[in-house]
Design a binder for this molecule. Structure first.
Ligand SMILES: C[S@@+](CC[C@H](N)C(=O)[O-])C[C@H]1O[C@@H](n2cnc3c(N)ncnc32)[C@H](O)[C@@H]1O
Length: 228
């Protein structure tokens, strides 16, 4: 879906509730000051985070995504200000050198990976000592509603129809127990320093009372920060 609807996705997420008003403010709050930092954006999509990093004074921004269409959008938007290339993150980060990044982000991506081992092992390898990663993903509690096995502790491929881009599109992703995510992080050698289930803002309340009530009462995304 992200390749076929790359352009539409880019337009929708600029101001929508789930990405612009909920996911990004919560993950960006975890990042803290990123001025002069070397940043790696994993599953960069159309570069909405890259634009934020540049506006906040990052020293360098490198963007990776499975979708060549997304990578092209990023290259067209930012030209030489950002380095971008296509990479399947389930294979890790084979083109990245050791110990070069201060900050790694991976917003709303890891639920598309069946196995997280290669990714987190390479995240550890390419972070500088003291560097950190912040990522967001579907909340395991929310995704359990889509389980077909009925076993929370299974990892399963889920197929759903989403309307994110204004037309129904079938999306496949993996739902997994929370401990599978935290084990992938800590087995790689990283320490979890913060977990958030997201703050729901007044802006969301003013934009859509119904979505505000849903997000206030039901977990939707989980946000995790970890350090080398
Ligand atoms: C929900 S979008 C998030 C995009 C961006 N991080 C954002 O917040 O706007 C998920 C992104 O993950 C990418 N993706 C999915 N599977 C991937 C994989 N195996 N390797 C790299 N990127 C992947 C998709 O192409 C898409 O751009």
């Amino acid at each position: 879906m992200y390749s076929k609807f790359a352009q539409q996705y880019d337009e929708v997420i600029q101001g929508n509730i789930y990405n612009a008003l909920f996911e990004r403010p919560n993950l960006q709050a975890m990042l803290g000051d990123i001025k002069e930092k070397n940043i790696l954006d994993l599953g960069c999509g159309s570069g909405v985070y890259a634009g934020y990093f540049l506006s906040e004074g990052a020293a360098s921004v490198t963007c990776l995504d499975f979708s060549a269409e997304m990578v092209n959008i990023v290259k067209n938007k930012f030209n030489k200000r950002v380095s971008a290339y296509a990479q399947d993150l389930s294979e890790g980060l084979p083109k990245e050198a050791d110990g070069q990044y201060d900050v790694i982000v991976c917003p709303l991506v890891i639920h598309y990976l069946k196995d997280l081992t290669a990714l987190f092992s390479d995240v550890y390898r390419v972070l500088k000592p003291g560097g950190y990663m912040a990522f967001s993903t579907h909340h395991p509690f929310a995704d359990f509603e889509c389980s077909t096995s009925g076993n929370y502790f299974d990892t399963e491929l889920v197929q759903e129809e989403w309307n994110t881009v204004g037309t129904p599109v079938q999306v496949n992703f993996y739902r997994r127990p929370l401990v599978e995510i935290t084990n992938a992080v800590t087995n790689a050698g990283l320490s979890i320093t913060q977990i958030s289930e997201g703050q729901v803002s007044e802006t969301i309340k003013q934009t859509c009372q119904q979505t505000y009530e849903r997000l206030r009462k039901h977990p939707n995304f989980i946000f995790i920060k970890c350090q080398k």
